[in-house]
Ligand binder design. Sequence first.
Ligand SMILES: O=C(O)CCC(=O)C(=O)O
Length: 221
Amino acid sequence: MAASGRLALGTLPRSSWVRGSGPAVLSRLRDAALVRPGFLSTAEEETLSRELEPELRRRRYEYDHWDAAIHGFRETEKSRWSEASRAILQRVQAAAFSPGQTLLSSVHVLDLEPRGYIKPHVDSIKFCGATIAGLSLLSPSVMRLVHTQEPGEWLELLLEPGSLYILRGSARYDFSHEILRDEESFFGGRRVPRGRRISVICRSLPEEMGPGEPGQPPPAC
Ligand SMILES: O=C(O)CCC(=O)C(=O)O
């Protein structure tokens, strides 16, 4: 049943997952801000969650200082994965990155508690290249992108569990991104109640950096 539900997702229009301030921004970011709903099978979601849970459980949720980008989170940088998870991450790499792009060697895993959220930010160019790709597990959420110079230009991405989002080029450099807190978690008129959410985020290497020297990114890069 779950599998046929996931197949049906592919027939829905893009507007079911991406909405924006107007047709121009939607068209301009068509290939720069993408959601692939149902990218993971239920079994793949469980594989990742089962592997991550023991590592995350050892950590405490952190709450922000006045200027921190994330509230109510714990995180880890993971470079060793089971064979099954490696296969999933290879699918992410093939779907989101071009063959010429090198990825950061460790994958950022972020666990937001139900009241947790991520404030608007642009990932530092010191720690992250042109592409960010994230898998969402456990809870749906809404990611909002706002143009840093033209705040009237925005996109919202509905991130269901099992979905993959990809931000590249202009969506990554010219727009801030955030994960909305539960009280503000709406996709258009639709309420998207937030529970605990785990994201598994792959990033390309900063353009000027060699593969051996990635820095240690702070929370939210
Ligand atoms: O949790 C996510 O998918 C987004 C994470 C994020 O904003 C970041 O690490 O820069």
